[in-house]
Design a protein around this ligand. Structure first.
Ligand code: SAJ
Length: 440
């Protein structure tokens, strides 16, 4: 899109500031999305102000001390020392800023309805300091319509006009924590504006710090892009979990089936069964879409069904543990069961929505004595107690070990040697033959 849509003087002036890097950049939310983004803009030569409610995050940033795995302290510290990046808890800083990226959480409530409270409070603060010439970009994953129906009216209460006085876009965050190959700078960035001028300014803004920008025609398209990406993933995981249940019932090795199917060089993409769906994206984002489509009177049946199947996997795993114990004439009640790996996926320290939490809960409900081993997770807060990680040696006293998260750092041959009974939900023991191993 050419920049002739920027014929309005305010838009032209902001474009100039973006192009000559004098635009003062603000990022609200200094988590695994916001901090890497702030660092990219500081790297690109902009003066960046990070804004967060957390005093500890703000203090750490200002001390050049990173708390986000994808941002090494060796990268953060020099930018802070050069005065290119600073952080504050004071939203009034926005009075002096030209661009604001909002990267705050969008969780689900217990009722599986979207929790928009973080977006609302950030937008309320922006509205207080909104001034002509600002570009506001929402990055938090949310349902289509959030930017235009929720954020825009709050900002226009100021009397300023979108597309003329200020500019509003949506751009989905696509950060994959720990992904060594794809980081904020080289992940293609989709951006859609409320008006063509908004889209063009968003395109120019991201073009100054990121390698590849994908402008789309509206904020709704941009919001829907992210939900399609993650709903696609969640539904395919649900499909392969159902295939795993079928294979289990037919005595077929589902892992061998998937490995062979993946040899198809086109038209197939492997997903793998597991103990359930964890994390703060995949189990949650699709329900933003199903909630919104319900508002339009459309049942999102695929999402609901996949959600049900994925939600059943912890129960399926506990039934496998029960059957494995039964094979050695033991009951779950009173059994010492070790959950091997608690993070929601391998090689990370995040336990949010992890299926390990459900499996521990279900085992305890059946009277098992449950411990867990996970070098990345020191403690797990359950409803009524806090579990602390046990040393790996605990498997020697266990009646059953269940591999829930297949961290690469685990010594699997040693685990097999030291355990009397193992349920493997991740094919971590691929190729190891033993009667004491029961596989998903
Ligand atoms: N999972 C399976 N089978 C699979 C893949 C994943 O059971 O084949 C489980 C994982 O064990 C985990 C959950 O699903 O419990 C989510 O895993 P994930 O690999 O999707 O990882 P996330 O939650 O970190 O997803 C993020 C997403 N990134 C963003 O939303 C920006 C997702 O879009 C990425 O595709 C994904 O990382 C990735 O590819 O790593």
């Amino acid at each position: 899109m050419s920049s002739n849509v920027l014929n309005h003087p305010v838009a032209a002036a902001l474009a100039e500031k973006i192009q000559n890097r004098t635009a003062r950049v603000g990022v609200i939310g200094l988590g695994y999305v916001g901090l890497p983004l702030a660092v990219e803009y500081a790297h690109a030569g902009f003066h960046v102000t990070g804004i967060d409610l957390s005093v500890s995050k703000v203090d750490k940033v200002n001390a050049g001390d990173s708390y986000v795995g994808d941002v090494p302290t060796s990268v953060l510290a020099p930018l802070v020392e050069q005065g290119l990046l600073k952080a504050t808890t004071d939203f009034a800083a926005m009075a002096e800023l030209d661009t604001i990226n909002i990267a705050v959480p969008t969780p689900l409530r217990k009722t599986k309805d979207p929790d928009m409270s973080y977006i609302v409070s950030a937008t309320e603060e922006i509205a207080k300091y909104l001034h002509p010439g600002m570009l506001i970009i929402l990055e938090s994953t949310t349902y289509p319509g959030t930017t235009d129906e929720l954020v825009l009216p709050m900002l226009e209460k100021s009397g300023l006009k979108v597309g003329e006085d200020f500019f509003l876009c949506f751009s989905p965050e696509r950060v994959d924590p720990g992904n060594a190959k794809f980081q904020t700078k080289n992940i293609p960035k989709v951006v859609g504006g409320h008006t063509p001028a908004c889209t063009e300014l968003g395109r120019q803004f991201y073009g100054m710090a990121l390698e590849h920008v994908v402008p789309v025609s509206s904020t709704q398209v941009a919001e829907m892009v992210k939900l399609l990406e993650n709903t696609f993933r969640m539904i395919n995981i649900g499909l392969v979990n159902e295939i795993a249940i079928m294979c289990d019932g037919m005595g077929i090795n589902v892992w061998e089936v998937i490995e062979a199917a993946a040899t198809k060089p086109f038209g197939f993409m492997p997903f793998f069964p597991g103990p359930g769906l964890g994390g703060h994206c995949i189990p949650i984002d699709p329900f933003y879409l199903s909630w919104k489509s319900k508002q339009a009177g459309i049942e999102a049946r695929f999402i609901e069904l996949a959600g049900y199947i994925n939600g059943q996997m912890p129960h399926f795993v506990v039934a496998k543990i029960q059957n494995a114990l039964n094979e050695v004439s033991k009951s779950v009640k009173g059994a010492k069961v070790v959950v091997y790996g608690a993070a929601y996926k391998r090689d990370i320290d995040d336990v949010r929505e992890s299926p390990a939490l459900d499996i521990i809960h279900l085992l305890k409900k059946r009277g098992a004595k449950v411990s867990y081993v996970d070098p990345y997770i020191d403690q797990i807060k359950l409803d009524t107690e806090v579990l602390t990680a046990s040393p790996a040696e605990i498997v020697k006293e266990a009646d059953c070990v269940v591999i829930v998260t297949d961290h690469k750092c685990f010594d699997y041959p040693a685990l097999v040697a030291d355990s009397s009974l193992i349920v493997d939900t991740r094919n971590a023991l691929k190729g190891i033959k033993s009667d004491k191993i029961f596989r998903l």
